[in-house]
Design a protein around this ligand. Structure first.
Ligand code: HAM
Length: 425
């Protein structure tokens, strides 16, 4: 039997309540903060990610699903949304709109990573991106947007870990300072970090080896190597976060592995009841990307944003037993039928009830009554309408209250106004 590709999952109807719940929260948050939805193409030119995300990043070097088309184009299933949003902003004339432009997306992404819990090869991201402002207040607004989105969902066990990695100039100076320090301790570093010392030195911050982390802890911090403008930008951001009482902690090891980041970077991590990080996997990650536009051939345009992993959010909702049923209302009416004539009428009635705005469900593939009533019960229906040949002959239906078990006979000719009245529709 042919199965789905490794690391790629189906999302089944029984999981839909979670997806609805998250999608409703995204709509609410994006409306409150003025983000307009952008639906991006799933494939982009491979060059967009080589130039935008960066040719030396893990994503571009190891994780992209890239292919050549029959016409000879090099295309890639997008591994992340930010370069595509910037491309669309530049290509679709959004520079002529009132700045900054605020966009959000809810889209699948593709990365050829080693699948494990919380890490898939196809996963969904919710992204909030604000393009056209270099102000620190925009970074604070992005952080506040994520905060309110998570709180709206009922998730409160998280912390923002924040850092500034300065601009390209600060980073290249800091790279030298760090190289000097780490070269002196080269023999203590793991093989990978030794290899990365020249071109990918910042990878050491993400290395899981304890002896590498010990060296990181005693190494110079980027925060002490920022230029005046970058330092002021970061100071302003922290002042705003303090003013709006945003819970955050500084983490000088957060560098984020993508080339476009400048100045602010942050990650959202879950914490346990003692405030300790409960997973290495981040719920969300983001930051400022003032160099992205230029690296994909555009003019200098600033941007700031975040992407939130939907499957990881849903996993927290499940762990916390959060009630997501509001996004998936139980049916008010379930239609059960006995016999062919009743089925025909049942299907017609189903259509009339849908058109009347009544939340209705039915199954037309079962002949006897008891499996239909069992289904009505499992769906949590308030009432069941039972239609049999005799009822139809008498031009009425049996109306059963699923909770009390009370049954009444209702006339077909008054059925819709009667139901609307009882259901307050
Ligand atoms: P990222 O840190 O690569 O950033 O991904 C953001 C989030 O996507 C992660 O925090 C995680 O929740 C989720 N995620 C990433 N990879 C996987 C995976 N393999 N399986 C499940 N979930 C995953 C970006 O993508 C940037 N574009 C974020 C950004 C937006 N920066 C500025 N604007």
């Amino acid at each position: 039997m042919i199965t789905s590709p490794k690391g790629i999952k189906d999302i089944l109807p029984q999981e839909e309540a979670y997806w609805d719940f998250v999608e409703n929260a995204v709509k609410k948050t994006s409306k409150a903060y003025g983000f307009g939805r952008i639906r991006l193409p799933i494939i982009e030119k491979t060059k967009l990610f080589i130039k935008g995300t960066g040719k030396n990043t893990e994503i571009v070097k190891k994780e992209m699903y890239s292919f050549k088309t029959k016409g000879g184009d090099d295309l890639t299933l997008r591994p992340e949304g930010t370069p595509g949003v910037m491309r669309a902003y530049l290509e679709r004339g959004m520079r002529s709109l009132i700045q900054p432009v605020k966009l959000y997306y809810f889209e699948p992404m593709f990365r050829h990573e080693r699948p494990q819990h919380g890490r898939q090869r196809q996963f969904y991201q919710i992204g909030f991106e604000t393009i056209g402002s270099d102000s620190s207040i925009i970074d604070a607004e992005i952080i506040q947007t994520v905060y309110n989105f998570l709180i709206n969902l009922g998730i409160d066990n998280f912390v923002f870990q924040i850092n500034s990695i300065g601009d390209i100039n600060c980073r290249s100076k800091y790279k030298k300072v760090l190289q000097d320090c780490l070269s002196k301790n080269k023999s203590v570093l793991c093989d990978n970090c030794q290899k990365d010392l020249q071109d990918r030195i910042f990878n050491i911050f993400e290395c899981k080896e304890e002896h590498c982390q010990q060296i990181v802890r005693i190494s110079p911090k980027i925060i002490d190597n920022l230029c005046d403008l970058c330092r002021i930008h970061f100071k302003e951001l922290l002042e705003i976060l303090d003013e709006i009482e945003m819970p955050y902690s500084l983490n000088h090891s957060i560098v984020r592995g993508l080339d476009y980041y400048t100045r602010t970077v942050f990650e959202v991590l879950t914490v346990d009841e003692f405030g300790q990080m409960s997973s290495q996997l981040s719920l969300a990650g983001g930051g400022r990307y003032d160099s992205l536009s230029e690296s994909i051939g555009g003019p200098k345009i600033s941007g700031s944003g975040v992407a939130i992993g939907v499957e990881r959010i849903i996993s927290v909702l499940e762990d916390k037993n959060i009630d997501v049923s509001s996004g998936n209302k139980n049916p008010d009416i379930f239609i059960a039928q006995l016999g062919f004539t009743a089925k025909k009428y049942g299907l017609k009635l189903f259509d009339i009830l849908v058109e009347s705005g009544i939340n209705v469900e039915a199954t037309f593939s079962k002949d006897s009554l008891s499996p239909q009533l069992k289904l009505a019960d499992s769906k949590g229906a308030r009432y069941t309408i039972i239609i049999g040949e005799k009822e139809l002959k008498d031009k009425n239906v049996l109306f059963s209250n699923m909770k009390s078990g009370n049954q009444e006979i209702l006339q077909i000719k008054n059925l819709i106004p009667e139901l609307k009245n009882r259901l307050n529709v």
